[in-house]
Design a protein around this ligand. Structure first.
Ligand code: NAP
Length: 543
């Protein structure tokens, strides 16, 4: 593709937004609505964030289409037609592009431009944002809409750089697609991306070897076309449905049971699990009220799910290797189509890296401690440097030139996941310390953007220059996030949630568990005059 060089930008706006996924685009729309000027920088050659980059075979959302959409405009909600229960990546990207056109968002978005630095000027109370194209744009506010899962994790496997055939990462998939016909393919990784892509790669490839380090629990999607009538019904009650989602822990209208597993008989337990299994999807966690709170309840769910794997996978040894030992939910639950049944195919082999670890990757394949696997292509479904990865890649400097990377050396610290002490007028969308990845991201994104836009309007009305979390409020929030997480089973295993997939990353559980109490706190803080934030009338330069 020929690229047209553009002049570097020198511009002063009200809001600089980093990222043009669902979060950045809605932030732009709200900023405009508040009468503010904005500039959005996006690294991709198109808008869409996650949905622009994750084009691997089988990529689709594991939150149902009717919920994984904006709710800010009832007209938009009513006019858009989804075609399947779970949307494909391409359909979601089409929707994002439709939204961008409908609200005329593109004219303020600069593509193919990566933000490299953001520096707070204390004298002027402005952020200067710099890019890899030499741009320098200042804004009163800087909003990081950089995504929770946007920096790919390339595992440091010995010899990986010597592999002479193509290597693909699911999170940076070639736009022209990949044809695996007739090839011997290896997939490393069995999280959501691996689980979605493996069945489709298996159908195309001559042979597929799956290198599994930790097996995942996965619930069938039971994906299907969305009938016109079904959509009409949901649309007729959309406000009520969205309201129900706001009252749920995961901000998904899953109608979580109020009954703890402990109070159910064995027969009732089995029936409840069968019901949610046959419905399919993430709603499995709503079978009982305590599945992510109580180990005994969780064990029952785990045993049920392992039983399902044993019943689907014909070879008992393979079934055992696919049966996860960990707590259900401590690694993100997966949603699949034909994942476990794929291991019944003659052209698919499972290599359990717990028994036979990878020793090295050679120019021609993968050498484990037991055998060599000749490959024509390698797929890395190895995930992301989650939540903090994208923020830490930018050289962010707040008061006194302090670097965010240094402030977060022992893990992220924020107030509400929205702001950071020492970094005035900088906001994060779905930042660490907010419910983010434990919710329907569309709900969290809209909640945060609305909150941020309201804060900006508040400052304008009161003629205030800056808003910044107080250090003590931030410390209390960090403790609360940790305390709430530790009262659940979410931190119970090694996962990307706690940064265990990235060597050297501090182990911190970065999400506030429970959307409704979080939203209540955010509202109460506003009602109390932005309690926990310092509001200053004019630039407060360092002495
Ligand atoms: P992931 O959940 O982090 O899975 C990465 C996989 O790669 C894991 O099985 C991991 O094993 C393995 N792995 C990592 N490094 C390895 C190494 N050095 N050697 C061998 N194996 C290695 O990543 P993901 O599947 O891309 O999913 C990330 C998140 O993105 C999901 O949890 C979800 O939140 C989101 N997502 C959502 C959807 C959807 O909506 N349907 C689809 C895709 C992704 P270990 O577990 O042992 O570390």
């Amino acid at each position: 593709m020929s690229k047209i060089a553009r002049a570097t930008m020198r511009e002063d706006v009200d809001v600089v937004i980093v990222g043009a996924g669902f979060a950045g685009l809605y932030m732009l729309h709200k900023a405009r609505g508040a009468g503010l000027t904005a500039r959005v920088f996006e690294a991709g050659a198109g808008i869409g964030g996650t949905w622009y980059f994750n084009r691997y075979p089988g990529a689709r959302c594991d939150v149902e289409s009717m919920e994984y959409s904006y709710s800010f405009d009832p007209t938009l909600e009513q006019e858009w037609q989804w075609t399947e229960r779970y949307s494909t990546q391409s359909e979601i990207l089409k929707y994002i592009n439709h939204v961008a056109d409908r609200y005329d968002l593109r004219r303020d978005v600069v593509l193919e431009t990566r933000v490299t630095a953001a520096t707070f000027d204390e004298r002027r109370s402005r952020w200067t944002v710099e890019t890899d194209k030499g741009d320098r744009v200042t804004g009163r506010y800087c909003v990081m809409a950089t995504g929770c899962l946007s920096v790919t994790n390339l595992p440091p496997i010995n010899g990986i750089e010597t592999f002479k055939k193509p290597i693909y990462h699911t999170g940076a998939w070639p736009h022209e697609g990949v044809d695996f016909t007739g090839l011997r393919v290896g997939v490393v990784g069995t999280g959501s991306s691996g689980i979605q892509s493996i069945p489709l790669i298996a159908e195309q490839a001559k042979h597929l070897t799956v290198f599994q380090r930790t097996p995942s629990y996965s619930i069938p999607a039971h994906n299907r076309p969305l009938a016109e009538e079904e959509q009409r019904k949901v649309k007729a009650e959309y406000p009520a449905k969205r309201k129900r989602a706001l009252a749920e822990g995961f901000a998904i209208d899953m109608q979580m049971s109020q009954t703890p597993a402990a109070s159910a008989s064995d027969a009732e337990t089995k029936e409840a699990f069968e019901t949610v299994w046959s419905r399919g999807g993430l709603g499995f966690l709503g079978a009982f009220s305590d599945l992510v709170l109580d180990r005994a309840a969780n064990d029952k769910a785990a045993e049920f799910l392992r039983g399902k794997i044993r019943s689907i996978v014909k070879d008992p040894k393979t079934a055992e290797r696919l049966a996860p030992p960990q707590v259900v939910g401590c690694k993100r639950l997966c949603v699949d189509t034909n994942y476990f049944a794929t291991f019944n195919r003659d052209n698919v082999a499972l290599v359990d890296l717990r028994e036979t670890p990878i020793e090295e990757i050679t120019p021609d394949g993968v050498q484990t401690s037991a055998s060599f696997h000749s490959l024509d292509a390698l797929v890395l479904a190895t995930g992301f440097d989650a939540i903090t990865g994208a923020l830490n890649r930018i050289d962010i400097r707040g008061r006194h030139g302090a670097r965010l990377r240094d402030a977060w050396v022992d893990g992220p610290r924020s107030y509400l996941g929205l702001g950071i002490a020492g970094f005035p007028n900088m906001f994060m969308i779905a930042g660490p310390g907010s419910p983010s990845v434990l919710t329907n991201m569309m709900v969290s994104i809209q909640h945060h953007v609305d909150w941020i836009a309201e804060a900006m309007s508040f400052l304008a009305k009161r003629q205030l220059a800056t808003i910044e979390p107080l250090a003590e409020a931030q410390e209390a929030w960090v403790k609360e996030v940790e305390m709430v997480a530790n009262s659940t089973l979410f931190p119970a295993c090694n996962s990307w949630y706690v940064g265990a997939n990235i060597p050297g990353k501090p182990r911190v559980f970065p999400a506030y568990v429970g959307f409704p109490p979080y939203a209540e706190k955010c509202a109460a803080i506003v009602a109390n005059g932005y309690e926990g934030f310092a509001l200053a009338a004019q630039a407060t330069a360092a002495e």
